[in-house]
Design a protein around this ligand. Sequence first.
Ligand code: SAM
Length: 293
Amino acid sequence: MFSYRHAFHAGSHADILKHLTLVHLLKYLQEKPGALTIVDTHAGAGIYNLEDGFAKVSNEAEGGIFRLTQYIESCKKSGAPLATSIEKYLECIDAENSDGNLSVYPGSPFILAHLLRPQDRLKLFELHPKEIDILRHNIQQLPQAKQIDVYAEDSFARLKGLLPPPSRRGLVLIDPSYEDKQDYRYLEVALEEALQRFATGCYAIWYPILSRRESAALPDRMKKIAATHQRSWLHTELRVENAPGERRLQASGMFVINPPWTLEKNLAEALPTLVKALGLNDGAKFLLKSFEA
Ligand code: SAM
């Protein structure tokens, strides 16, 4: 426990799928003026230096955000149309790199904070003893700091206590490290409890696609949970390569409960571009499925 540091994975293909989806969800929910409560159950450090430290060691951003931005530049030069959700996502990345040099990658807390309106509130959970200090320090620097609560607590146990939010409008990002095999089970329990208390909330769950049994079973288990509560869902996956036997993460997925009707159309536009930009061999592909309750 606690060997996971998200800085190693900042700006990876998995972050791109997760954060692009997240930006679309939040922007959709913000089309109505009512206050939103946004919960990020697994926050990490908030923002990551791509030029130094862990991120530089792993270089996962090289195959992720650097590759994507280069591809998008070439599309712009050739006048090719860009998917709106890619543009909106990249605007959030650019906002933290105002000198035009991609030197930092904002994690979910910074992306969400950047998009907060005055009436919105953001709740961040982080358990790692070092990450929580870095997160707190990073959040204090933000102009939106007063709208953000940071909890050094186990979000799987605490999520239900925050639901339903006062305005009954909420977005919950659940992005565990899955470092502990039990995370799969804790996630299911937390999701069940959350839906019992706040069935109309929008829940976005990220997961890695690994050979481990729990990972392969997770999408079907989440579909079952959604069905029990008669909720609509959207399921998407992005695979950047098929390299059996290699230990690096080659694919990941997002499962969204109560997705906005616009999400599927926007992902259908964006995913082929992500496959082209980030794909490493002809095993690169995406999946996009949904169910309306
Ligand atoms: N959401 C972040 C982003 O997109 O930028 C990345 C989060 S990272 C995948 C998962 C984080 O959850 C790690 O920093 C880990 O320390 C933290 N964590 C693990 N178990 C937790 C728990 N039960 N409650 C809160 N945080 C936890």
